[in-house]
Design a binder for this molecule. Sequence first.
Ligand code: NAP
Length: 312
Amino acid sequence: MPQKIALVGIGKIARDQHIPAIQASPDWQLAATVSRHGTVGGIQAFDDFAAMLDARPDIGVVSLCMPPVPRFDYASAAIEAGRHVMLEKPPGATLSECHALEAMAREAGVSIYATWHSREAAMVSTAKAWLVGKRLTSLVVTWKEDVRKWHPGQSWIWQAGGLGVFDPGINALSIVTEILADPIHLTSSELLIPENCETPIAAHMAFAHPHGARVTADFDFRQQGDQFWNIAIETDQGHLVLSDGGAKLVIDGHAQSTATDGNPLQGEYPRLYANMARLVRDGAIDMDLSPMAHVADAFLLGRRVTVEPFFE
Ligand code: NAP
């Protein structure tokens, strides 16, 4: 029997990924939407979250797809109303508010899920399995995309809390923290901030690794032409390149493939919704904040460099 879910914040990612994933899933029934502007044909639409919570006590789960800054107020209201909560990445605007949400969910006995969609990309688990028992010598993240192409009109990205280039960059960090056996920590970062923006358009990060591997990440929103979402890893027993955000994997020069290519229940978002169904069934919480901790560290330790203004 599918569970009723409400989708909140009907924007780009809700339309591109959440709605198709929910509609393809045997676990879920899209029962309502909440958005100030967006609606979904045939689904009851609210433009006020409190009104939806009051009117639809039969909806036990909410999935929050708005940008990070407003998310805490919605998540805390949902938990107070006894609903399970699924959070788009990043799970909030600050680490402290995410810790608070987790504590509130535990107290209320509801599930909360900080989703990291890139961890569900097709080849991430294969890369993680290959790394087991190997000694890491270097890991280089190159995440370079054209912001005008991928984030048109998203002014929130340039405002405090919108993360700038860390909005996609945190996806790379979610993969890195998933596949590495050992924890890393930031040792330096440089944040390139356009003079008319509050968040970085590019960033460089370097990390310490417990066995001395060289670990770096370069994020850039100014990329023209070819786009890069790559993680290149060298070990004592060979090398791998994860590309296209984790969708492709080459190990020692040989392209790897999955048996699930083309299965509509196997994409990143279908897997997130399957995970959420399991968490609710098990009464569990998944609130891993490690990708966000590295971003917070980059803002703490980052050397700010002012660069030319950005105009969309
Ligand atoms: P978006 O289209 O700009 O925003 C999504 C929706 O959030 C908007 O349509 C808006 O709906 C609502 N919203 C915006 N500001 C709000 C506010 N202050 N209070 C309440 N609701 C507000 O952004 P998006 O690309 O979907 O991204 C949303 C989240 O998904 C971000 O955290 C992003 O990192 C994540 N994400 C995005 C992508 C992507 O490719 N775009 C991929 C993966 C994850 P209404 O105005 O109708 O209320």
